[in-house]
Design a protein around this ligand. Sequence first.
Ligand SMILES: [Zn+2]
Length: 498
Amino acid sequence: MAETPDPPAPSDQWFFEIGDGNTYGPFPLKKLQKWAAVGNLMPTHRVRHADSSEWTIAAYVPGLELTTTVLSEASDPPQTPAQKTGKRSRGWGHKKSVAGTTSDPTDSAPPVEPPDIVALCDELLTIAFDRQASDLHLDAEENIVLVQMRVDGQLETLRKFPKNLHALLIGRFKVLANMDIAERRAPQDGQFVYLLGPDQKKVSIRAACLPTTHGERLTLRLLAVETAELTLTHLGLTKENLQLLTQFVGHRQGLILLTGPTGSGKSTTLYAALRHRLAHQPGRIITVEDPVEFDIVGVAQTEVDSTDRVQFATVLRNILRSDPDVVMIGEIRDADSMDLAIKSALTGHLVFSSLHTNSAAGVITRLIDMGIAPYQVAATLRLCVAQRLLRLLCPHCRQPRQLSPAEAEMIGQPAAAGATVYDPVGCTECRGRGYQGRTGVFELLPVDEPLARTIMRGCDENEIARQARDLPSLRQDGVHKLLAGQVSLPDLLAATAE
Ligand SMILES: [Zn+2]
C-alpha cells in the first residue's frame, strides 16, 4: 500500500480488523470510508486510531458511523441492520466486487473476504426461532465459538465457528442490544426486537453478556410465547390444582409465592394468573418486573433493574402508594423487597411473586431465613406453588413399554409396575428429538389454619412437609403425566429429584 508514513500523521491514520486474525493499516479514514461503502468494512469490524491502543467498532468511529447508511445505498435491495428484518440480508461482505474489481486497484480491500456477520447472526436467530428455542448461547472456548440453543429445556449444539469470529458475532449482537461495544470486562444486559419467521413476527430478545477467561459469553433469550396461550388452563395443572389455584387468585389479599429454578416456567404461571384475575374481577393490577417479559393489556407494568436494590425498593414503595388491588413482583431476591411484599399483603393487597427454593414447603423456611417474622409469614402467606417444566413426548413416535418393578419403586409407586409408559424415539414431526413442547408439574401448598399455627410455633421444612403430605408433590404430579404417556421416566426423575 502506498501510505506507510513514518511517523504516521496523528490525525488520519487508522488500523482495522475484519476478524481474520490480521490487522490492516494504517490507512487514511477516506479509504476506510470507501471500503465501508462497498461493504468490505462492516459496522461490526474493529477500528483503531494509530495513536491509540483502544479498538472500537466501526459504527462508533466518526466518519464511519454512517457505514450502514452508505451500505444500504450501495447494496441492492436496500438492507440495513437497523431494519432488523428476519430475511437473509444479502451482499454483506460477500460482494464479488471485492479485491481486484474496483476501479482503483490500490483501493482493493483486504485479501480475505470477511464472513457475512449480519447474515450469520440473522441466520442463528432464525434457526433458534424456527426450532422454538428459548435461548441462544454463544460461548467463547479456547479455539472456537460454540453456539448452542435451548429447545424444550435441552441444550443443542447449533454451530461451531473459528475463534476469530467471536468478537464479530458478539459485536453484532451488542450493537443490536444497545450494549457498550468497548466494554468487555463487565457483565452487560440489553434487549432488542427482531422480526422473525415467515410472518415476520416481532420477537423480543433479551441479551446478557458475561466476561469469561476465553472471552465474552453471550446469552440471548427469545421471548416468543404467544400471549394468547398464557392461560391457567394451558399450563398442565390437574383439575384439582387448577381449581385450587384459581380460588387463591381470586382472593382479596395475601401473598402467593411461586418457586422453582430458572426456566421452570414461573413467569408464565404468574402472567397466566394475572390474566385470569383480570378477566374475572375488576381492579387495578400493577407489576414490577425485570424485565417485562410479556405485555398484558389492562395491566400497568413497570420495568426495574432488580440488581439495583435501592431503585427496586423505591419503585415498589411508589407502586404500593398508588393503591393497586393486585401487585405482581417478578422475583424477590432480597429481604428488603420481601419485607415490602409482606407489608403490602398485610395492608389489603393481593401480592404475587416468585423466589428460588426447591419445594413449596421450602418457601416458608426461606422467608423465615430472610428475617421475616413467623407471625407475619403465617398472617400473609396464602399459597406456595412449586413448579418444574417437563418435555412432552412426541405423540407421533413415542414407544410404549412396561414400567419395571424397580422403576415403579424409584418413582415411589410400587403398584404401578407393569403399567404402560413411553420412551422417546424421534421422527420427522419432532425433528428427531422425540419430544414436542413442554408441560408443567406442580406442587401446591395452601397455608391453612393448622399450617399457619405450625409456622407460628417455629418449625423446620420437614415438619411442614409432613403436614402437607396429603397434597400431591411435584413427583406425584409428574407420575400422573408419566402414566398418561405425556412425559418420559428419565425426564421425570431428573426434574423432580429430591
Ligand atoms: Zn416424533
